[in-house]
Design a protein around this ligand. Structure first.
Ligand code: HEM
Length: 490
């Protein structure tokens, strides 16, 4: 073959290659146009790399709310070394909460925060342990016992608070309710032996873990580096393990004494699904201290605070409780539901183990978006509960909305949309929901029946701080609030 013929063929081939590439490119553009497979928009606020982290830490709700206004219902928030993809619509809430564990993992999401305080291997057992929890604490006899424990502990606490108030001192509401809830959780879930011997030490350990779990050093250093917060978390984890080992050995010495106990450890020891997993109980109860404590404290404290702000509602609740049991009181039910709406957490967290393509009818985002693997995926219950397109006067605390409309929770979650999710939904829906509602109602009704509640020195509705979203779960009040509890003559 002559050289120029070779060149000609090469030119022709190059020409047809270019034409093919052009065709593929145009087809891709057309496909993208029709399917609207655009890239997920990325949020950058302030300084590169640090700006998002700084702004989000200061005001997580404001940050995600502003990002939703400017970027729509699906956007990426890069932070230091990782990124979170946020999904922001009632339809995407449903898709999110119903996605399977092997695709978007709840356990891996929790592991990002809790990996240094639970022993290796625990998250592989999470499904068995949570299944056992759902069964163990939903039985009627167990719930009756938990209500009794909650009432006994609440009575002891209000007596102590009333004595403090008689000495003219007020108490810090969230802090006091926090210790009360911890005592209830330890007695109900761990058992009387843990309560008698370790209740205060476990509370200190919980505080140490809470104070160190959010350190930035966990994000910027490899997991094995022994920096200060990591060492404190490992020491807390090891001490919890020791406590559990010791108590379980003690129980083995007198099995008869524990056979009929209604605490949840007794249940897990008898449940064939979890009896052989006792080395993980310490880790499991560490996770429960986080999962159960923060949001139950918030439920009780915010309800009491709202009653303190509104003497009319406080009187209405007392009138209700005078004529009906706490389980049946419509107003107490409305208060707890509204607290769950108004004061819910700002983010749920999943770790994407596999890529997942979402098909949506949400107007402002492409009809198909692919969430890549290796990212954190989040939704915001708080912003969902404050969405003005779904809720009337969403920023007003209004328990009456639940009285006027008995089916409101159901209606909010109809039509493939989730707009009311204080306890989540799908396979990770909170297994402690019944217990949490029962404990909240019991403690609130015990307090309002036995106590006069008043603002403490220097406190008033106008002086309250903002919402503190730094814990895992529902927000607390920044700076807490001083309250007086006086004995009430009945
Ligand atoms: C008012 C109090 C409570 C609220 C608002 C609450 C809320 C929630 C929510 C929203 C979730 C799902 C999170 C997600 O999908 O990412 C959840 C999960 C969970 N909650 Fe609760 N919770 C409360 C009390 C409790 C209590 C008392 C317990 C234990 C007895 C508990 C144990 C758990 C556990 C173990 C999970 C994880 C479930 C799983 O792995 O599938 N919670 N909770």
């Amino acid at each position: 073959m002559l050289a120029h013929e070779v060149q000609l063929i090469a030119v022709n081939n190059a020409g047809s290659l270019a034409a093919s590439l052009l065709t593929v490119f145009l087809a891709g553009v057309a496909l993208r146009y029709f399917l609207r497979l655009e890239k997920i928009p990325s949020v950058t606020v302030g300084l590169p790399i640090l700006g998002n982290l700084q702004k989000y830490s200061l005001d997580p709700v404001g940050f995600i709310s502003t990002a939703t206004s400017s970027h729509g219902e699906c956007f990426t928030v890069p932070m230091l070394f990782g990124k979170t993809i946020w999904l922001r619509s009632p339809q995407l809430n449903k898709e999110y909460l119903e996605t399977r564990e092997d695709v978007w993992s709840f356990g891996d999401g929790m592991g990002l925060f809790l990996n240094k305080i639970v022993i290796p291997g625990y998250f592989d057992q999470l499904r068995s342990m949570v299944g056992s929890l759902s069964r163990g604490i939903s039985r009627k006899a167990t719930l009756d016992y938990y209500a009794q424990v909650a009432e006994e502990e609440a009575v002891k606490s209000v007596d102590a608070w009333a004595r403090t108030t008689a000495d003219k001192d007020s108490v810090a509401l969230f802090e006091e309710v926090s210790f009360l809830v911890h005592k209830i959780i330890v007695r109900c879930l761990m058992g009387q032996d843990f309560y008698d011997h370790h209740v205060e030490e476990l509370y200190d350990l919980l505080h140490t873990m809470e104070a160190n779990v959010g350190s930035i050093l966990h994000t910027i250093l490899p997991a094995w580096v022994p920096h200060g917060p990591a060492r404190r978390l490992w020491a807390s984890r090891d001490r919890v393990q020791e406590i559990f080992q010791h108590r379980l050995q003690e129980r083995e010495k007198s099995p008869e004494q524990w056979k009929n106990s209604l605490d949840y450890i007794t249940y897990t020891l008898q449940d064939p699904a979890t009896a052989h997993l006792s080395r993980f109980y310490g880790a499991h109860h560490t996770l429960l201290m986080f999962a159960a404590h923060t949001s139950t404290v918030a439920s009780i404290s915010w309800t009491l605070l709202e009653l303190l702000k509104s003497p009319e509602r406080l009187q209405r609740l007392r009138d209700d409780l005078a004529t009906t049991s706490l389980e049946k009181s419509p107003f107490l039910d409305a208060l707890v539901k509204e607290t769950g709406r108004h004061y819910s957490g700002n983010s749920d967290v999943r770790w994407a183990r596999k890529p997942k393509t979402l098909r949506t009818d949400v107007a402002s985002i492409p009809s198909e978006i692919t969430i890549p693997k290796g990212t954190i995926v989040s939704i915001s219950p708080y912003l969902t509960h404050h969405d003005p397109t779904a809720w009337e006067t969403p920023d007003t605390y209004l328990p009456e909305r639940w009285l006027d409309n008995a089916d409101l929770a159901k209606k909010m979650n109809e039509g493939g949309q989730l707009r009311y999710i204080p306890f989540g939904a799908g396979s990770h829906r909170c297994p402690g929901e019944k217990m949490a509602i029962l404990v909240s109602k019991t403690v609130v009704s015990t307090i309002v029946n036995r106590c006069e509640i008043a603002w403490g020195e220097g406190s008033s509705a106008e002086m309250l701080g903002g919402l503190d979203f730094s814990k895992v779960g529902s927000p607390w009040l920044k700076g807490d609030v001083q309250v007086r509890f006086g004995r009430r003559s009945r």
